[in-house]
Unconditional design. Sequence first.
Lengths: 232, 93
Amino acid sequence: MHIMEGFLPHPWWEVWYALSLPVVAYGIYRMNRLVKERRETLPLLALAGAFIFVLSSLKLPSVTGSCSHPTGTGMGAILFGPALTAVLSLIVLVYQALFLAHGGITTLGANVFSMGIAGPAVGYLVYRGCTRLNLHFYLSIFLAATLADWATYLVTTLQLALAFPSATGGVVGSFYAFGTVFALTQVPLALVEGVVTALIFKYIIQVKGDVMVKLKVIDEKGLGKLREAIPA
Amino acid sequence: MKGEIIAGLAIILFFALFLYVAASNTGADWGGADGEAEGVIAELTEGTYEPWFEPLIEPPSGEIESLLFSLQAALGAIVIGYFFGYYRGKQSA
């Protein structure tokens, strides 16, 4: 769930715009180069974008008695890194802000930052860290996607807490207040997103594992091992 | 098959949890988390905060809103289905 239209006061909406713009610009530059120079990655780019489209449209009920939706950005982050994922998220966020009154134009900067940049950055780093630790491939994907989703809502919580510090408890006080709304609701959703993303990666390994090697998501040896484990 | 079973179980568990909460917490209204955040903002500012910008276009009804959300999911699902169908078919050909 994104921050709604008009709900970030000056100067916060400008701050988040200023932080998001350079990353999105860099992402567009990277995407242009990818499209021109490595056309074999295009189907995966479309897949990562489509995954964000589907997952961020599913408003699911959670333990707190309210609903929220997963982000789907973990997949893009693992395959292409945070900058490109920021561009993919921007497309979804603009669609939702313009036609669905979900999120907003004034809060777009903040929402791109949480869903498109912070979450994917966490997912990317977690995945890279797990690979270095030699964790099992699917476990690494699960952790990266789950934490990318959850980090998104932690950042949303922080963004609102900074903009609306509580009179008694300050920023920390309102962080708890917004945290029960966003971060807590998101826990089961993030876990399911992690599991589903890991499953989809099994299919990607089957059909496009070679492109994943080219994108340096996985090495030749690891791919061979994973493919062996999948019965044809 | 292991992956599919784990994912299936996780999803079943997720909805079982939902049903359990729904049965035990009759006060839950299953609204959006963003709407609840609006409530928290009202509490923190003692009702003084007014959103300073309105959405340009608001879906005229809940039905049309769910239509647009379904459209979003459908578009994504078409691309995902095409991707896997095309490349799997190519592999087995």
